[in-house]
Design a protein around this ligand. Structure first.
Ligand SMILES: [Zn+2]
Length: 415
């Protein structure tokens, strides 16, 4: 078996089931973001199709590479997750020559780029128009603009695959990629998308194909019914993989019937020791570094840095993240009493937090020595947190209760 970091057991279970012809036709993988769900599914696909290895996968043959770049007909992906954090970090690391494993990083970068491009290919996902008003600037792309951006990114992508030249990723190209991601962030899998997918699956029969549907917590119960139908009568040779952060966060009407059709596999959050190893072995960052930070640390750091000046509302936000079992309803009371809306609170805080993280990030990545990059992974997580709070900030024109729920879900990823 080729090397997989962090999640050996789920892959082993799936690969064994496949080799013993006992692989269930629908599998639900759940666990926190960045815990290796997609990587595991793609590695299983490689195992099913590898031309060189009969037991695992080689990650080098044309079949493994095609799956990595999502251009294999054996993998269908409909995804709504965020790949930009990874893309930006890989580009930064390669450009600054921080890592001794640049070729590996380029390989990972190509996979993430393929992921974003692939999602626009089949038209399974649809932009949600009812939320248009709260879209961030990048999202107001007209279809024509989207098409032009896509064309440009495709060109850069193909040139990068040929030449490996990292300088193709100018600021402008990165911004365009971000716009594509923003579009995807506001897209969902619709009933139409599932119909299209079903038609495509039936039209092109295969001996073994993996269909990945990510983030099923974003689908509603009407669509779940279509999906359920597909899972109940799966066309032969097709294996469905659904992913979610936590089934407990999904409406029972959606998740219970799906769970009854699926084999379930749980993914655990990666532990700090393992993250250290991954950075060392996968990215060539040699030194040990601090455990993955939580958003609590960021907020504390912001407070300590004196950027915030003892305002009650700052303390409240900090409190949410620093207490393990914070009672969100208590917070709601507080918000009501102090006469500020949660939306305002988030908007007030975000710029400060973002500024702090950007400064910290820039100062840490400015030099070239390994010692200065102890915190790369930590910053990676922090950036992710900032992006997600940014999303909250740009979408505060919803009920406080909705915001509170989103905040709560966000927090759960970091504690
Ligand atoms: Zn192979």
């Amino acid at each position: 078996m080729a090397k997989i970091y962090g999640q050996k057991i789920p892959l082993k279970i799936l690969a064994n089931a496949w080799q013993n012809r006992r692989l269930h036709h629908s599998v639900l993988l759940y666990g926190p973001e960045q815990s290796g769900k997609l990587e595991t599914i793609l590695n299983l696909a490689k195992t099913m199709h590898c031309k060189k290895s009969s037991k695992g996968f080689c990650d080098r043959c044309s079949s493994c590479r095609d799956i990595h770049l999502l251009r294999s007909p054996s993998v269908l992906l409909t995804a709504t997750d965020d790949r930009m954090t990874n893309i930006k970090n890989y580009i930064t690391l390669i450009k600054k020559n921080i890592s001794s494993a640049a070729n590996k990083l380029k390989y990972y970068l190509s996979g993430e780029l393929a992921n974003i491009l692939n999602r626009h290919k089949f038209g399974f996902l649809k932009r949600v128009s009812s939320e248009k008003k709260s879209f961030p600037a990048g999202i107001k792309l007209t279809d024509k603009k989207l098409e032009n951006s896509l064309e440009e990114i495709y060109n850069v992508y193909h040139n990068f695959l040929k030449s490996g030249n990292i300088n193709l990723f100018s600021e402008n190209v990165i911004n365009k990629l971000q716009s594509l991601q923003d579009t995807l962030d506001r897209s969902i899998l619709t009933a139409d998308g599932i119909k299209k997918m079903t038609a495509m699956i039936k039209k092109t029969p295969v001996t073994r194909r993996i269909i990945i549907i990510q983030n099923i917590h974003l689908i509603n119960s009407n669509i779940a019914a279509f999906l359920l139908k597909l899972l109940e009568e799966p066309p032969p040779g097709n294996y469905f993989f659904l992913t979610a952060d936590n089934p407990a966060d999904i409406a029972p009407a959606v998740i219970t019937p799906l769970q009854s059709r699926c084999m379930e596999l749980k993914f655990n959050k990666l532990n700090p020791g393992l993250i250290t190893r991954i950075c060392r072995e996968k990215f060539g960052i040699k030194q040990d570094f601090t455990p993955a930070a939580t958003i609590t640390e960021t907020l504390k750091a912001v407070t300590d840095s004196g950027i915030q000046k003892n305002k009650n509302n700052d303390q409240d936000l900090l409190e949410i993240f620093s207490k393990k079992d914070y009672n969100f309803y208590q917070f709601e009371d507080k918000v009501n009493k102090n006469n500020y809306t949660l939306g305002n609170l988030i908007q007030m805080q975000m710029e400060k937090i973002q500024k702090y993280i950007n400064e910290k990030y820039n100062s840490l990545t400015a030099g070239h020595t390994v010692a200065e990059h102890n915190d790369i992974y930590r910053l990676h997580r922090l950036q992710k947190a900032v992006q997600q709070i940014s999303y909250l900030k740009n979408n505060t024109n919803v009920a406080d209760k909705t915001l509170l729920t989103r905040l709560y879900l966000l927090k759960k990823q970091f504690v």
